[in-house]
Design a protein around this ligand. Structure first.
Ligand code: XMP
Length: 507
């Protein structure tokens, strides 16, 4: 595997994704908190950072533990750290380098890092400091018009530094550079494939779980479904799945998803707890209060159901890698590590051991594993849907009537997206029921009814999002259908806000 040491760059996860795309397993760890380097580690990558090596309190690392012992690649800050700690000079750039640049690598001194790369290749720069001079033993192997030390190698070692970001797609041959490092220089085998992952994980789960029983809550989402199928492959009927109808799902979703799970051979129990959730939500209007009430009720229901099962000793969860990566926070005078809040999951008090077969996977890898397991595209291709469901798309208090209205509106919108072939082009879509009424006319009648908003966004991971420019005729069609079909709605608006500053959900 490859170890990626994180100095707090926004691109660190992207480096890991690229390495994984090359079918090589890698892990991200904070630069000041990483596991012992054993023989499974074939190479180390030092990430970028928002800090400057010139600052006294910028993140530091004793590089002697790697240099000359393992292949080492410093990216941006990582490269500057290599140069700076060896006695090179790092200074503020005269102009802040941000964006595309042409990297020139000398033919005569071609290194393995740049083999098969064009002599002049487009790279992406994002840095405020620049390496002005390198110490002896360092050989400059690439430069751009404004950066003379854009890449270097330490002679006699497999240590490299690059100022550009190979992980960003604007570095057109960035992936090739990473491949040269990982496959050729580190000697990693490209065998991190969905099919190997499934085989190894199922073997591990068999060993770990033996004849033990596992309980899992499924949501209809990709992560919990793929996690359950892996556990199911390993222990079959000893996996007990619970799918809760919280009364906040999409129209007909509970029945449909339950059937899919049954078709997949899962031992699944559907639990209708709609009333319990509506009672818990009664009168609540604050979004966080609603979320808390839903979370609490879910634990109550799940705890009750789990207690009905005998001899269960494990809780299965669909936790994925972005939830468990310890992130480095380098803001403020000293760098600190913070763990994500949702590590380990909810029911601490249930005293169950936790099994999380997807802990090492990124979302796109979860989907690939899902395809390997032949889970239907219907589940794998689903838009993300928030745990609190329609409750955070109904502004104000929740009633069964409002849920019914929103379910109809949402179903019209989503089905039309599918009919027009737009569903897969949109990252997430849904409808929001607004807490206002507006005047309209229908026939000769004056109406005073509800307003709904439609939202459709393009995104990669939900952290940022753009509203989607859906065709006007499509919006017109959806709007007509909603107003004609859904009683109680006489106005439809389309949300044209991007994130940031707006969030995807309205609550
Ligand atoms: P926001 O609204 O923060 O949403 O831009 C980003 C993504 O997260 C989902 N989301 C949630 N998911 N519980 C969840 O499981 C929640 O409370 C929650 N709030 C937002 C949202 O649907 C979007 O995909």
């Amino acid at each position: 595997k490859i170890l990626i040491l994180d100095f707090g760059s926004q691109f660190t996860q992207l480096i890991a994704r690229r390495v994984r795309e090359l079918s090589v397993y890698c892990e991200i760890h904070p630069y000041n908190h990483f596991p012992e380097i054993d023989e499974t580690v074939k190479g180390v990558i030092l990430s970028g950072s928002p800090c400057s090596v010139r600052d006294e309190d910028s993140p530091r690392l004793d590089l002697s533990q790697f240099r000359g012992k393992l292949p080492l690649l410093g990216v941006c800050y990582g490269a500057q750290l290599l140069a700076h700690t060896a006695g090179g000079e790092v200074a503020p750039s005269k102009i802040r380098e941000y964006g595309r640049a042409m990297l020139h690598t000398e033919h005569a001194s071609r290194t393995r890092l740049f083999q098969n790369i064009l002599a002049d290749t487009q790279v992406w720069m994002s840095h405020g400091d620049t390496i002005v001079s390198v110490p002896s033993g360092f050989k400059v192997i690439g430069s751009t018009e404004t950066v003379s030390v854009a890449a270097f190698r330490i002679e006699g070692e497999e240590t490299y530094g690059i100022q550009f970001h190979p992980e960003v797609t604007h570095s057109l041959e960035g992936k090739e550079v990473l491949k040269n490092f990982i496959v050729d220089i580190c000697g990693c085998h490209q065998d991190w494939t969905p099919s190997n992952f499934v085989d190894e994980t199922v073997q591990d789960l068999k060993k770990k779980l033996g004849d033990d029983k596992v309980v899992m809550a499924l949501s209809g989402g990709v992560d919990s479904t793929v996690a359950a199928m892996l556990v199911h492959r390993a222990i079959g009927k000893n996996l007990f799945c619970i799918f809760v109808d919280n009364g906040l799902l999409r129209k007909d979703e509970f029945e449909q998803v339950l059937h899919s799970y049954q078709d997949m051979g899962l031992n699944i129990k559907g639990v209708d707890s709609k009333d319990q959730f509506y009672i818990a939500l009664n009168g609540l209007t604050d979004p966080e209060d609603k979320r808390k009430a839903i979370g609490r009720t879910f634990i109550e229901v799940f705890d009750h159901e789990a207690h009905l099962l005998e001899g269960v000793s494990w809780l299965g969860q669909g936790t994925i890698y972005p939830d468990v990566i310890e992130s480095v926070s380098v803001k403020g005078p000293s760098a600190t590590i913070k763990s994500h809040h949702n590590v380990g999951g909810l029911p601490d008090f249930m005293k169950l051991k936790v099994v999380e077969p997807l802990r090492t996977l990124f979302k796109d890898e979860v989907r690939a594993v899902g395809r390997e397991l032949q889970i239907s595209q219907n589940i794998l291709g689903r838009h993300p849907f928030p745990g609190p469901g329609l409750a955070i798309r109904i502004l104000g208090d929740i009633t069964a009537d409002k849920v019914a209205i929103l379910q109809e509106v949402d179903a019209i919108f989503i089905n039309k997206l599918k009919d027009r072939g737009l569903y897969d082009k949109v990252w997430q879509a849904g409808a929001i029921l607004l807490p206002i009424q507006s005047v309209g006319v229908m026939g000769d009648e004056r109406t005073y009814e509800r307003v709904v908003a439609l939202r459709a966004v393009a995104s990669v991971d939900g952290m940022t999002a753009d509203w989607v420019h859906l065709p006007y005729d499509f919006l017109a069609d959806v709007s007509n259908e909603i107003i004609n079909r859904v009683k109680g709605v006489n106005r439809v608006v389309y949300d044209i806000s991007s994130k940031p500053p707006a969030t995807i959900e309205w609550e």
